[in-house]
Design a protein around this ligand. Structure first.
Ligand code: AMP
Length: 192
């Protein structure tokens, strides 16, 4: 099994975020899950790679060439795919992945997560999306999405699109118990 993890490049964040990332990485390795990530060495990306490698797991970075040139790549990761553009990179994140995990992050993480949710709403991506809500970071995201449902910009089937969990221990079980996406849900989920 392979999962792609979206997460922060910033390292100027509360230690709880690092600790949760590290714990989740250990659970992924324990569950024999291979990890794909943005390839960065800073912030939660760096923590994720350090923790997966320390636990003896497998991790692949996918990074646009320009980031490699400015040496943003994690030096301990040997399995890398370099892309021409950020768009190509985002497409590669989704290729062949069995699930997506979003950890706390900034605009880059939000953008990646929103694209995946959008594609899932349209049934162009059908795998589980699990959001780890460390320190309640995604509470306001959840409120925003619920508002979109209340105002009928989003279908009620929102809950089928992604799962929000509070602890790293819940991530793998949430992947395994996520709703299986199908065309019926896409049709039920479209508001016309
Ligand atoms: P953010 O959530 O804004 O920190 O962005 C995380 C995403 O931004 C990653 O997937 C990368 O696309 C990109 N990114 C931003 N800064 C860096 C960096 N220093 N090293 C690697 N990737 C970065």
């Amino acid at each position: 099994m392979q999962v792609c993890v979206y997460c922060a490049s910033s390292g100027h964040i509360h230690p709880d975020y690092f600790e949760a990332t590290s714990r989740m990485a250990h659970y992924l390795v324990e569950s024999d899950i291979q990890v794909v990530f943005g390839g960065g060495s800073s912030g939660l990306m760096g923590q994720l790679a350090d923790s997966v490698l320390a636990a003896g797991g497998q991790i692949r970075g996918i990074m646009p060439q320009f980031m490699n040139e400015v040496e943003w790549g994690h030096k301990g990761v040997s399995d890398f795919i370099y892309t021409q553009t950020m768009h190509e990179r985002k497409a590669k994140f989704l290729e062949g992945t069995d699930a997506l995990i979003a950890l706390p992050g900034g605009p880059g993480t939000f953008e990646e997560l929103f694209e995946a949710i959008t594609l899932k709403k349209l049934a162009q991506f059908t795998k589980p999306i699990v959001i780890l809500n460390t320190r309640g970071y995604f509470d306001t995201f959840n409120i925003l999405m619920q508002k979109a449902v209340e105002e009928r910009f989003m279908p009620n089937e929102l809950n089928h699109l992604f799962t929000i969990v509070d602890t790293p221990e819940e991530v793998v079980p949430a992947i395994k118990s996520a709703h299986v996406w199908n065309k019926g849900l896409r049709d039920a989920g479209s508001l016309r």
